[in-house]
Unconditional design. Structure first.
Length: 303
């Protein structure tokens, strides 16, 4: 999450870290990671949402620096370098992407993998599309490439197609950022816009968000608890329902950070996966104890 009070140099470094995507393949689990996140932790709109954070952070920096466009030009230079690599390697083409895969490093060190996989080979092969329901783009991608991979005869191909989807999502987000910051630059230079505070913002943060008095991990467990107890749902399909709930929580809820106060639930999918089974049982127990105490007092009152 971009801190709106970041200095231009800090902001620039954070963006460089974001664009220098680190991809590796774990030989034990046969899974890919991007920037230390397993693909199933990322979420379809993760990169797009991160770019929207960078846009909002850039607006704050420009406002506080009298619309000095130096950082905009520096960002454009970084973007053009990355996008030139993408276009020159033709990564959007699947055959070229497979060549790109050869450059990805393998890792085999001990690392935790406990991630809920929403899409599996079996589910993709048996998937029935519902024309009245908006499907995730990733299911279209996985379904499209099943013929080319002989119905994912080699299981590694399934992970390759997943990575192909997310790499393209990543670069699409960079093209999107390039368009938006050029619009900002144009607004300042051509139209003399001085107040950017209400200038465009895709997926604007809702004016009214619900604040949860729990830290990020505990908040994730609370939602997981409600889902597992069948108290909330957003779709008849269990996995799609859970995915939609996570997106909804990320958009409309804040958590409480012990140091910085109220913060939005960014990267919620990753936090959600950390409370599977007995992982982080200290956090899980704390939430259960808090709820149990309330339920106990409520029962006493009602009786």
């Amino acid at each position: 999450m971009i801190n709106n009070m970041l200095l231009p140099l800090e902001y620039k470094q954070e963006f460089i870290d974001f664009t220098n995507e680190n991809i590796d393949f774990h030989t034990k689990y046969k899974k890919y990671r991007i920037n230390n996140m397993w693909l199933d932790e990322i979420g379809e709109y993760y990169f797009h949402d991160r770019i929207n954070e960078f846009i909002e952070g850039l607006k704050v920096i420009l406002i506080s620096n009298n619309n000095n466009l130096l950082i905009v030009d520096e960002l454009l230079t970084i973007l053009q370098h990355k996008l030139l690599f993408f276009s020159s390697k033709n990564i959007q083409n699947y055959e070229s992407f497979l060549k790109f895969l050869r450059t990805i490093k393998n890792i085999d060190f001990e690392i935790e993998y406990n991630v809920q996989e929403i899409y599996t080979i079996e589910k993709v092969l048996d998937y029935k599309f519902n024309g009245s329901v908006e499907e995730d783009n990733i299911i279209y991608c996985l379904f499209t490439y099943k013929d080319r991979t002989e119905n994912y005869k080699e299981k590694d191909d399934f992970e390759k197609v997943k990575l192909y989807f997310y790499i393209n999502q990543f670069y699409k987000s960079l093209y999107y950022f390039e368009e938006k910051i050029n619009n900002l630059k144009n607004a300042i230079q051509v139209y003399g816009v001085t107040d950017l505070s209400h200038y465009f913002s895709d997926n604007k943060t809702p004016e009214n968000k619900c604040n949860i008095k729990l830290d990020k991990i505990s908040t994730a467990f609370l939602f997981k608890l409600l889902v597992e107890a069948d108290l909330i749902y957003m779709d008849d399909d269990k996995y799609k329902s859970e995915s939609k709930i996570k997106k909804f929580a990320e958009k409309y809820f804040n958590y409480t950070d012990s140091k910085f106060g109220i913060k939005p639930l960014t990267d919620f999918n990753k936090e959600y996966s950390k409370v599977k089974d007995k992982q982080r049982k200290d956090k899980q127990s704390a939430v259960l104890n808090q709820l149990s105490e309330y339920i106990k007092n409520k029962r006493t009152y009602l009786n």
